[in-house]
Every structure is written in structure tokens, then in C-alpha cells.
Design a protein around this ligand. Structure first.
Ligand code: C5P
Length: 402
């Protein structure tokens, strides 16, 4: 159950595309979250899924035909278009988008979309060329101008064998978009800790050992989680980018301070460790500025820093339901990430190659692998904000669906 979804009514228009099968799971997940679903099938959708499976999953009558509704003693199309808090079109085919943009009202689905006074969310799904066609892009712009909300499409391999944007958004992404449309984010009521930035390990009062982390990915993640309604505690070491608004910011310098701040911020539903924490600190920090002495070579001895991620991941009591580490590597990224996941006891590792030629550390883009218990996903290179949104959606899926 989810506070934002409980008691909400969603009118789900299922269009005629191969992704219609995902809408069956969407119905199931929405009901699991406490929402009820009024399903509408277009004629073409019935070629892909059956009214019986839809009505069984929704536990509601399936509306299929405009003339089902001519009996004004029953529910008329105007009434049906307004019984729900939100209308969703999934999959929204190129043809459906064109009809919506053109204001057609020649079947039940299009008539409901014309007659409603509620918000409309579409999840486009089509062949990559159809999606990229100027007509579809024109229709998309028109629909956006009309206030229609859009989720997806995603890029990937398509049922037709081609590759590119056009795949319908996954069910957790659609649910997240529905939550956002309801005003409160889908992560409302969840507390998530994000660590970010670098740490400064002091040598003396004016010198320290640092690393090149800019804090961009961690900050983007805090923004994405905040935007999905999570109460976010952002524990940040020194960073080049400013911390976001709307989150609880705890500024720290050293790894030990970061550990203390994380401990104080618990309990949490999830903890995401995006900070680049120094593994070692200078064992004996000088209390006064160290002086150069003729002919003397300086030797520093190091002590190991606490591993904040491993500490939280191995908590016997009160462990967050999801603990995520990051692995910045320059060689054997995947093997290192898998070993790190096991070593640290965390649930997921987000791994990336930070070799200088990738321009990732301190840059605006990231190319990551998501290593979970049973799978490794390689995401295409994209903006760090896009990585953050995708990860936030996965965090939502883990915490709130499944
Ligand atoms: O072992 P390594 O530093 O590569 O592990 C990276 C992951 O562990 C990151 O998620 C980082 O935030 C976390 N970490 C930590 N405390 C440390 C070292 C790393 O939380 N002392």
C-alpha cells in the first residue's frame, strides 16, 4: 500500500500495441498500491490481450465500446471520463497520440479523453522510426502543450527487432509518474540518506588529502529522490556543486565526520553511498602547520578510515531495507563491483569507469552498471541527472513494489 495511491481511481486506456501485456502488470501493481483501476480497451488492444484477463486483474467491468454506454441508465461516457482521478493511456500508440492531438472522438477511448476534466498521462510505445517521425514529435509537442503528462518511452531493443527510443516505460516508472501526477511523489513517507562529494583528510591545519569527486552524481540523486517525494538527508563532504534545496543538508569534512552524520540520520528506508570517501586518513594529524626542513623527507603514516557503507550494510538491527554503494574503478569494473558488493554486504553497487579518458569524474555524464543480487545491467551513457532519475525509480520499485 502506498499513501499517495490509496483510494485513488485510475482510468486506464489500453491501446493496441505489443506493450499492452505490461499494462496487465500495471493493473496488478496499481491495485497492490491501494488504487482501483477502471479499464478501457481499444479494439486494437483486444488483438493483444483479452478483456477477460483485464477484468480479472482489475476486478472491474472492462469498457470496450462507445455503444456499451448508450444506455443512459448505466454510466454515460461523460460520467465514465470523470469517475477517475487520473486517465492513463498505456500503451499510447502513434495512432492514439495522433487522434488525441487532433481531438478525435470516434471510439470510446478517444471520446473519454476528449470529455474528461482530469489530468491525462500517456506512456508512448511504438517502433523507433514511428517515434522519431516528425508527425509523432509534432503530436507529442501538441499534447504537452495541452497539459498531457508523458512517461517514457525508453531506449532499448524493441519487439520488432530494432533498437532505439520507443519501448514503453516500465511499470515502476509509470507508477512513479502517476504518483507525481497525484501531487505527492511516490516516495512520500520514505526517508533516504544520500552521501555525496569527497572527504578531506587533514595532514595539518592547512593541508589535506582529497580526491577529484565533484559531488555531481550524489547531488543529482538527492534531487531525483526529493522530486519523488522522499524525505532526503544529504550528507555531503566538500563538493564543487551546491547542495540542493528541499533536503536536509549535513556538511562534513572527514570520513569519520561523515560516518557520525550517517549514524545520526538513521533510521532510513534506504541509504545511498555516492560519496568518494578516503580509505585512509593521516594517522597523526599535526596540530600546527608543518615546516619544511632542509634535507628532510616527509613520511606520513596512514590509518584506515571506517567503512561507512559496510558498517550500515552489516547493521544487525535497524538496517535500511536498501543499501547501495558506488564503485569508481579504472580497471575490471564489473568484476571489482561484484566483489565489492559481496565484501561490503550491500544490496546494489552502481559501478562506473572513472579512467581519465572517460571524463566521468567531475563531468556531467555517467555510464554505469547496476549490479544487484541476481543481475548486472549496463546502462547507456547519459546525463548524471538521468542516471539519478533512473536509479531513483529503481529505488522506488524496490521499496514500494515488487
Ligand atoms: O571501497 P571503495 O572506496 O571503492 O567503496 C566505494 C563505496 O564505499 C562507495 O559507495 C563509498 O561511498 C563507500 N565507502 C564508505 N566508506 C569508506 C570508503 C568507501 O562508505 N571509508
Amino acid at each position: 500500500m502506498h499513501p499517495v495511491m490509496t483510494g485513488r481511481r485510475v482510468l486506464l486506456i489500453i491501446g493496441g500495441g505489443i506493450a499492452a501485456y505490461k499494462s496487465l502488470d500495471l493493473i496488478r501493481q496499481l491495485r497492490k498500491q491501494g488504487a482501483s483501476v477502471v479499464p478501457v480497451l481499444t479494439r486494437a488492444a483486444e488483438e493483444f490481450i483479452t478483456p477477460l484477463s483485464v477484468s480479472a486483474l482489475a476486478a472491474e467491468k472492462v469498457y470496450r465500446d462507445l455503444f456499451d454506454l448508450t444506455d443512459e441508465a448505466g454510466m454515460g461516457h461523460i460520467e465514465l471520463s470523470r469517475v477517475a482521478d487520473l486517465l492513463i493511456v498505456a500503451p499510447a500508440t502513434a495512432h492514439m497520440m495522433a487522434r488525441m492531438a487532433g481531438g478525435h472522438a470516434d471510439d470510446l477511448a478517444s471520446t473519454l479523453l476528449m470529455a474528461t476534466d482530469k489530468r491525462v498521462l500517456i506512456a508512448p510505445s511504438m517502433n523507433v522510426r514511428m517515434w522519431q517521425h516528425p508527425a509523432t514529435q509534432r503530436n507529442l509537442a501538441t499534447l504537452r502543450d495541452d497539459g498531457v503528462l508523458v512517461v517514457g518511452p525508453n531506449e532499448g531493443e524493441m519487439a520488432c527487432g530494432e533498437f532505439g527510443p520507443g519501448r514503453m516505460a516500465e511499470v515502476p516508472e509509470i507508477i512513479a509518474a502517476i504518483g507525481a501526477a497525484f501531487g505527492a511523489g511516490p516516495l512520500a513517507g520514505k526517508h533516504i540518506i544520500v552521501t555525496s562529494g569527497s572527504t578531506h583528510e587533514l595532514i595539518d591545519p592547512v593541508r589535506y588529502i582529497a580526491n577529484r569527486s565533484s559531488g555531481t552524481q550524489g547531488t543529482a540523486l538527492a534531487v531525483a529522490l526529493r522530486d519523488m517525494g522522499a524525505r532526503t538527508t544529504f550528507v555531503t563532504g566538500p563538493a564543487r556543486v551546491a547542495p540542493p534545496d528541499g533536503v536536509t543538508v549535513v556538511r562534513v569534512k572527514t570520513a569519520r565526520e561523515m560516518q557520525e552524520a550517517v549514524t545520526n540520520a538513521l533510521p532510513a528506508n534506504a541509504a545511498i553511498f555516492a560519496a568518494a570517501v578516503a580509505d585512509w586518513r593521516v594517522e597523526h594529524e599535526a596540530t600546527e602547520k608543518m615546516k619544511k626542513r632542509e634535507g628532510e623527507v616527509l613520511h606520513l603514516t596512514f590509518a584506515e578510515n571506517p567503512d561507512i557503507l559496510a558498517g550500515v550494510a552489516r547493521m544487525a538491527e535497524g538496517r535500511p531495507a536498501l543499501v547501495v554503494g558506488f564503485a569508481a574503478e579504472t580497471t575490471d569494473v564489473l568484476a571489482q563491483a561484484q566483489a565489492k558488493r559481496a565484501r561490503k554486504g550491500c544490496d546494489w553497487i552502481v559501478a562506473n569507469d572513472v579512467s581519465p579518458e572517460t571524463d566521468i569524474m567531475g563531468g556531467t555524464e555517467n555510464a554505469v552498471h547496476l549490479v544487484t543480487g541476481d543481475s548486472v545491467e549496463t546502462w547507456p551513457r547519459m546525463a548524471k541527472a538521468a542516471v539519478a532519475r533512473r536509479l531513483a525509480t529503481r529505488i522506488f520499485a524496490h521499496l514500494c513494489t515488487g
